[in-house]
Design a protein around this ligand. Structure first.
Ligand code: NAD
Length: 467
């Protein structure tokens, strides 16, 4: 398969080719297009040229296009999921769920309305709030959920009447390129353009004068660069960035009941989730029991290539992340006690056994920084107020969770945690009907729901008075 880019409704070869690695073997298994700077400019020009027609297409027709996209994704779920597993590493069942989630996003937005709101209506006049599209949106993505993230950017932006240039992460370009190929004749030419790079063309997109908004998901470090780049011409911006989410177990939990839920919260997608639970606070009286349960689950988890039957955790997606995690694990041997994992299976891919570290605390990099992988520090607390303080004592603010059978008690604690989302008895649940936003260094702006859609539009007030 050629894996070409989508520019102006045509599949385009890249100026160069780039290799794509299967993280479960560390071997190159495909090549795809790599854009030149000129091709990025062509993609932006195409999106700018398509804007007038797409933005003036009636909303019902734009919705119908999104519904057709959902149909196409659904009809090609199996192929897309297998490709996603190959390039990203996640088990096939999770890849299938991700592709299903992508179709669901398009289906959802295919019935969302953008009504004109009447703010004031009197005998003498009327004030209306319209929401106009912004223009060309540049979408830049990470490598953990390539298909779901792409869909979460494309569907609401196109619904609102914007056009788009989308750039997947360099290590997971294939599913997005294949999606572009499948959508070539469904989305009008130029409305959606997909370009791929080797981590070199993002700045061109963020500084391009014809791009009116950047929708970025990735690390805080890159997000800061993006923010300073878009300041030059006041582009609109949403940043969905890193996190160091805490989970706080309350002292009335049953360790056996809660441990599988905590494990899933921390290890889904191999911990490579912005809203994974990345630090776990457990009260003294339950500490040994929770650690033991978690270690038991981790020791039993099946690690292997995502296409193999029964695999629960695939490889780490890329070499850089794999090396970073191995270094964090080595450091945590000194800062705490590893009670499960801490080693790598004897296989060629970027595999790490799920790792639980106990008797560790703040001051260790594993607790203070975002690990973004299958390594969970479990931290003891004596006083709940102290646990809340420690959970909040981070420059991140993406999510947090509180765990207890007493929901009103957990709710009270949840209200004291400082993050864009706080879950009770779950973690990392994101849906298109609920606003998603990071506090502090975890983000800027909102995605999803009415609030997220608003950020893909410009407020326009029409203020009429009678004479
Ligand atoms: P990254 O910041 O390295 O890369 C993200 C994207 O930015 C890639 O497409 C990359 O090519 C591009 N990029 C790199 N330099 C750029 C520049 N100077 N200007 C513009 N674009 C540039 O992130 P990653 O390693 O791919 O992803 C992991 C990070 O993403 C983690 O920190 C994770 O928490 C975060 N993340 C956040 C969310 C969220 O919704 N908050 C979701 C998923 C991942």
């Amino acid at each position: 398969m050629p894996f070409d880019m989508l520019i102006k409704g045509r599949l385009e070869k890249g100026a160069k080719l780039m290799d794509v690695i299967d993280p479960s073997t560390r071997e190159v298994f495909a090549q795809c297009a790599r854009a030149s700077a000129e091709q990025v400019n062509l993609a932006v020009d195409a999106a700018a040229a398509a804007f007038d027609e797409w933005s003036s297409t009636p909303l019902a027709q734009r919705q119908a296009v999104l519904a057709r996209v959902a149909d196409v994704i659904e009809a090609n779920t199996e192929e897309l999921a297998r490709l996603l597993t190959k390039e990203q590493g996640k088990p096939l069942a999770e890849a299938t769920t991700e592709v299903g989630g992508a179709a669901y996003l398009f289906r959802h937005y295919s019935s969302v309305d953008i009504p004109i709101r009447v703010i004031e209506e009197t005998e003498s006049g009327r004030v209306e709030l319209h929401r106009r599209p912004l223009g060309v949106v540049g979408a830049i993505l990470p490598w953990n959920f390539p298909v779901f993230m792409a869909s979460g950017k494309i569907a609401p932006a196109l619904l609102a009447g914007n056009t788009m240039v989308l750039k997947p992460a360099p290590s997971t370009p294939l599913t997005t390129l294949r999606l572009g190929e499948l959508l070539k004749d469904i989305i009008p030419a130029g409305t959606l353009n997909i370009i791929t790079d080797c981590n070199d063309l993002g700045p061109l997109l963020t500084s391009h004068p014809k791009v009116r908004k950047i929708a970025f998901t990735g690390s805080t470090q890159t997000g800061l660069k993006v923010m300073s780049s878009v300041a030059a011409d006041l582009k609109r911006l949403t940043l969905e960035l890193g996190g160091n989410d805490a989970g706080i177990v309350l002292d009335d939990c049953d360790p056996k009941q809660v441990a599988p839920l905590l494990f899933k919260a921390a290890f889904a997608n191999n911990g490579q989730v912005c809203v994974a639970m990345k630090r776990l606070y457990v009260p003294e009286k339950l500490y040994d029991a929770v650690c033991e349960e978690l270690a038991g689950i981790a020791n039993k988890a099946v690690v292997g290539p995502g296409l193999e039957e029964g695999v629960e955790l695939g490889p780490i997606q890329n070499r850089e992340q794999y090396e970073k995690l191995k270094a964090l694990i080595e450091e945590s041997r000194w800062d705490g006690e590893i009670i499960a994992g801490g080693d790598c299976p004897q296989r060629p891919g970027y595999f790490i056994n799920p790792t639980i570290v106990r008797d560790i605390a703040e001051g260790s990099r594993l607790v203070d920084e975002e690990q973004f992988g299958p390594v969970l520090p479990v931290i003891k607390y004596a006083d709940l107020n102290d646990a809340v303080y420690r959970a909040n004592a981070t420059s991140y603010g993406l999510g947090n969770s509180v765990w207890s059978p007493n929901v009103s008690r957990a709710h009270e604690v949840a209200c004291r945690l400082d993050s864009g989302t706080v879950w009770v008895n779950q973690h990392g649940v994101v849906t298109p009907t609920t606003p998603f936003a990071g506090a502090k260094l975890s983000g800027f702006g909102v995605e999803f729901a009415e609030e997220g859609l608003a950020e893909l539009t410009q407020v326009k007030v029409v203020n009429v008075t009678k004479i």
